[in-house]
Every structure is written in structure tokens, then in C-alpha cells.
Write a protein that binds this ligand. Structure first.
Ligand SMILES: [Zn+2]
Length: 106
């Protein structure tokens, strides 16, 4: 089986090397599930905050300080920061669930 990748898409060679390294630790009857479990190690749960990416987008005000209109003018930009729930791994050792905040009844 082979897949056709669009240009610039598909796994990087370094990704393949990582998978090869772990696959070589398993016997030939191992399944993809076994391979995934081995690669995840203790981190079996996909991080719900970053959805496995390891980083989250954060809004910040890029308008320079020290200008006459600083504090009045906003220049909101997005930047990627390491996810603090999984420390950038994308996967966690325990299963995190969102806190449900109940505010009253209707
Ligand atoms: Zn995360």
C-alpha cells in the first residue's frame, strides 16, 4: 500500500526514523496498536487542551509600549505557546476532563 502525498505533505524522514526505531523493538506480529502503546509509553491520553499538538494558540497585544497611544491602541496577534497541561508532549499520563462550571438553573 502506498499513499500519494501532496507536495510538502506526508511524514518527514525524521518521523519515519522514530517509528522505525520503535517498530524494531516489537516482534513482527505486533499490531499498530501495540506500536502506538509503546511510543506513547506512560502518556496514553491525548491532551484535551491542545488536542495532542503540544502547543496552544495564545492572543497577545503586540502594540509596542512606550508610545503616546500605548495602552489605548491594541494590536492583537496570536502566538503558539507550549501547552501547560501536557508540558508540550501532547499526551498525558492521566486522563484530564474539562471542569464543568454550573452557574444556576433555568
Ligand atoms: Zn496539551
Amino acid at each position: 500500500m502506498s499513499l500519494e502525498y501532496a507536495e510538502g505533505d506526508g511524514p518527514k524522514h525524521s518521523d519515519i526514523c522514530i517509528v522505525e526505531k520503535y517498530a524494531s523493538m516489537l516482534d513482527e506480529n505486533a499490531s499498530v496498536k501495540d506500536l502506538l502503546a509503546l511510543m506513547k509509553g506512560a502518556r496514553q491520553f491525548r491532551c484535551p487542551k491542545c488536542k495532542g499538538r503540544g502547543y496552544v494558540s495564545k492572543r497577545y497585544n503586540a502594540y509596542p509600549s512606550g508610545l503616546p497611544d500605548s495602552g489605548w491602541v491594541d494590536d492583537w496577534k496570536k502566538t503558539d505557546v507550549e501547552c501547560d497541561l501536557c508540558n508540550g508532549y501532547g499526551w498525558t499520563e492521566r486522563e484530564w476532563k474539562p471542569k464543568m462550571v454550573q452557574d444556576g438553573w433555568e
